[in-house]
Design a protein around this ligand. Structure first.
Ligand code: ZN
Length: 344
């Protein structure tokens, strides 16, 4: 079968890779209907070295179950399913608590150990706990929204929950990527009154407004902090959704949160230590977050997608076939595309 292999920074190739096959009796094989490129795939695209082992990329997909192992019962051949970016057994103490990304038998897709979903098919470990069956859809817009439940919509929702967004709150979303935009959707769902999107890309900011953003801050650094203070009555916001993971974005987040507020971070951190820890202490600021247990959120978010109440699939602004994936990486890295969907 064909798949997307990353060899080093900027070096993405479409190649014949090992067929996805049942290895453990708890596995399933998923024939990929749609996959996509994630903002977090751009980190190795920028800094993977040729000394790092190559990997089949991709951790977001929807598709049709093609085969199941002997111990897989509640998922069957022919099911149309969402594949969350982490696999999990659904039964351990952490899965029971809804923290599937800490599953004792879990792991992540798209690394040197576990092949990813930017391919024709993918092996799903712990298929019973991992896959979530949904009604089949022929509507391309609906496919996009279902696909976001494998990562970005659930991740934006996690950021909003970790930032303790509540009714009537002032919220800032740092980052205008797909996760940030889904964070705007989530903040609105949770009742935020003011939602400030921080970014500079005109098309993305328009979509953010459609999703419920009330204010746009395009300044950077100190100026951005000043601007947020100005439009929040001087004190900053109750909740910050940090959706980038850079030192600068975390610094800005810590500076715009009001005393007693919370920062929910979902950007994979590319900093060694939290900035502004003294300020964090004296302002009684909570910092929370991590990899989103998106499997646990599908239950809540799926009905909203099916009813058309939320349309996270609008973050996809380009669709490519497998051969177009290397250029899709380039386009996202150049910020020419917001989020690229793959139709293998
Ligand atoms: Zn588990």
């Amino acid at each position: 079968m064909r798949g997307t292999v990353m060899y080093g920074a900027g070096d993405v190739r479409i190649e014949n890779v090992a067929d996805a096959t049942i290895v453990e009796p708890t596995d399933a094989i998923l024939r990929v209907t749609r996959a996509c490129i994630c903002g977090s795939d751009l980190w190795p695209y920028k800094d993977l070295t040729p000394d790092d082992p190559p990997r089949v990329m991709g951790h977001e997909a929807i598709g049709v179950v093609e085969d199941v192992g002997a111990e897989v019962r509640n998922v069957k051949k022919g099911d149309f399913v969402i594949m969350p970016f982490a696999f999990s057994d659904g039964t351990c103490e952490f899965c029971e608590e809804g923290l599937n990304t800490s599953c004792l038998h879990g792991g992540f897709f798209g690394n040197p150990q576990i092949a990813g979903a930017q391919a024709e098919a993918v092996r799903i470990p712990q298929a019973e706990g991992t896959l979530y069956a949904v009604p089949t859809s022929e509507d391309p817009a609906m496919l996009g929204s279902l696909l976001t439940l494998s990562d970005v919509m659930g991740t934006g929702y996690h950021a909003a929950l970790m930032a303790a967004v509540g009714e009537g709150d002032r919220v800032a979303v740092v980052g205008d990527g797909a996760v940030g935009l889904c964070g705007v959707i989530a903040a609105k769902l949770l009742g935020a009154e003011q939602i400030i999107i921080m970014g500079r890309h005109a098309g993305r900011l328009e979509l953010a407004k459609d999703y419920g953003a009330t204010d746009v801050v395009s300044e950077r650094g100190e100026e951005a902090v000043e601007r947020v203070r100005e439009i929040t009555g001087g004190s900053g916001v109750h909740s910050v959704l940090e959706c980038v993971g850079s030192e600068q974005s975390m610094l800005t987040s810590m500076q715009i949160v009001r005393p007693g507020g919370a920062v929910g971070r979902v950007g994979v951190p590319h900093y060694a230590a939290l900035p502004e820890t003294a300020n964090m202490f004296f302002k009684n600021v909570t910092v929370s977050g991590g990899p989103a247990p998106v499997r646990a959120y599908i239950e809540e978010l799926l009905p909203l997608v099916m009813d058309g109440e939320i349309e996270p699939g609008r973050v996809f602004d380009r669709t490519v076939v497998l051969d177009g994936v290397p250029d899709g990486y380039r386009a996202m890295n150049d910020r020419e595309a917001l989020k690229v969907m793959i139709e293998p």
